[in-house]
Structures are given as C-alpha cells and as structure tokens.
Design a protein around this ligand. Structure first.
Ligand code: ZN
Length: 168
C-alpha cells in the first residue's frame, strides 16, 4: 500500500522541468519559433500569452500556478531579494498546475493527461482522447512548452508584477 501511495504522491507532484522533459518531441520542435510574454500575476498564478504559431497575430493564453511560491517566500523572508529568490526557487523546483486556451490543449489529450496526473489548473478534463492521442503522448501543448521554458527568463518582470500585486 505504501508503494501505491508513494506513486500517487509522485504523480500528483510535477515541476515545470518534469512537464517540459516529458513533452512530446513534435510539440517541442513546434514550440521553438513561438514567443511568450507575461500578462499578469495574481497570488501564485501567472497569466501569459504565446503566439499561436499557425495564425499570424493570434495568441493563446496560458495559466501557470506556482504551487511552491508560498513556501519559498517563507524560506527567504527577512533576507535580501526575497521575492526574486522565492520566484526562482518556485519556478525551478516547485510543482506547477497549468492550462492553455488553445484547441490542441483541450482536444489532443493534454488537458486529459494533465487532469490525470494532477497538474491541470482549473477545470478537469476527463474525456479520454481516443481519436487524437489514444497513446497519451506528451504532457502539454507547444504554447505551454514555450511559456514554461520562458518563465525563468521572466523573473525580473514577475518580481515587478508580484510587487504590484502585493504578493511580498
Ligand atoms: Zn496551447
């Protein structure tokens, strides 16, 4: 029983790095030419938008919840650059929950996979993708791959937004 519980625990905790590592290679390649930007930050929830990749001028929105932020803030509180250190720690080592508004995320199995593995932000998707992704390949769409990959480079901008939002 202990093993089963450990496995479940393991499945319910995924960092951005885990999600990126297990993404499918086609989506990883398609994510490369895209560009992401931060829109806002509320509590531990970062809103971003990423170019669609297929339609010029079109964007899809991503939500990335940094589950480790509160704990990281406590860890660094009272020292120098608390917010920056906490964000770096939460992005690098903390668990995340994610969502993208694109159709691929919803219909190609990523919303289902992230629901099953516990890293889906907001509404659960329990419809098995039996036509588009029956072998459940990958973890997230190309937009989330780009957005998650861009997060570490956006720490200064996140610090500003977090300050504005009164996070620390
Ligand atoms: Zn997407």
């Amino acid at each position: 029983m202990r093993e089963a519980r450990d496995l479940q625990q393991l499945l319910l905790e995924l960092t951005a790095r885990d999600v990126l590592r297990d993404a499918d290679s086609k989506s990883k390649i398609r994510a490369k030419p895209l560009s992401s930007e931060i829109l806002r930050m509320r509590g531990n929830v970062v809103s971003m938008r990423t170019t669609s990749g297929t339609t010029r001028g079109k964007h899809w929105n991503q939500t990335i919840q940094l589950l480790g932020l509160r704990k990281a803030l406590d860890k660094f509180r009272g020292g120098k650059s608390t917010l920056m250190k906490a964000l770096v720690q939460a992005i690098k080592f903390g668990d995340v929950k994610v969502h993208c508004t694109c159709p691929a995320y919803k219909w190609w199995g990523y919303a289902y996979i992230s629901t099953q593995l516990g890293y889906k932000f907001s509404r659960k998707q329990n419809i098995f993708p039996k036509i588009r992704n029956p072998s459940l390949r990958g973890t997230v769409c190309k937009h989330l791959i780009n957005a998650l990959g861009a997060l570490p480079f956006n720490v200064p901008s996140l610090v500003k937004r977090a300050r504005k939002a009164g996070i620390a």
